[in-house]
Design a protein around this ligand. Sequence first.
Ligand SMILES: [Zn+2]
Length: 406
Amino acid sequence: MNASQQIIDTLCSDYYDGRGYFNTGDRRAASFISEQFKNIGLDPYYKNSYYHNFSLNVNTFPGIVSITTSKKSLSPGHEFIISPDAPSIQSKPLTVNHVTKEVLLDKTGYKKLLKLDWETNLLMFDDITHDKTTQKRYDKLLKKYTNPITIRVMQKLTWSVSRIQNDKVTISVLPDVLSDKDEITVNIEAKLINNYKTRNVVGKIVGTEQPDSIIFVTGHYDHLGRMGEACIMPGANDNASGIAMILDLASYYVDNPPKYTMVFIAFAAEEAGLVGSYFFVQDLAKSTPLGSIRFVVNMDLMGSGQEGIMAVNGAVFTKEYELLESINEANKYLPQTKKRGKAANSDHYFFTEAGVPSFFFYLMGPYSHYHDVDDTRENLTLELEPYNGSFRLIRDFVNALMFQEK
Ligand SMILES: [Zn+2]
């Protein structure tokens, strides 16, 4: 097994609890990454420390998250997920009423729904494309509905992290997991933690010729943690793969000292809304002239690149994008490069908003597991050609930036 696969394997193991807030998995991941930084030979960015500390509010599920019918217990993550802002709930047995388009269109059936007792009944909605009639009836039904639990039938289960707790829960289930008139009991243990302490991990190599010019190489290490103790979200592609890439680039630049200073950052709390990079940029602006930052290369989803690489901001920083494209065309590292405009979808965002040029790179391929229990190291059998190709492309791109005038 090569080094990048080993890093992904480690970060996705149960020991790190999905690198979220359940059982402080994020802190163990931060400590692992800081050890890697040290072993590689990166200097701490701060005086004697790799850590940039901050805190955030976060909703967590430290205990039971279960849905049981009279016949079975649904598999968390595989058959259902709960909205990440869910509160604690211990329900009594509730009867599922499946709201299909047909039911909404059937006058008698619809009237029956309106008269249900919400103490003992809940609604399970199909993902309906509404017409005028169904939309009107759906809106009216929702207005009358008072049970704090709503079920929605979804084609894919995609989880996330919330910084607030709601007083209601939406449960997403895959098709055919629950049927009309099933009786279910919902049990959720939720805990909103205020001012949860977490940390970015930051290391550097001081430039040999122009140490006051800086290139940042970044990516987030956090993921979604666990949805209850029985359900882990490993986040192999998102973003253990990006951390592997950061470590590979850091090793390369320790062996090949760069002309500019290079700063390597593993961000925390990206999945909670880019929180780690937000605080980092806030503090950076107080200590460093932002004009001295030549470029930020942020990497997220670096595991599957059979269809090439996307540069978010490629349409904004056109000169740098042309450079990237020409390097790829000359060397055929990846099947293609593509560009997009700006987007608040990863940790490059607050740098760009502060006036620092950046790209957010993600790889494109057939891999479809995103924010779910199947984004595992087994499913992400790192296809070495795209990973190595993107390593070389990003390395050449960074090297070229150091020799190209702004
Ligand atoms: Zn991500």
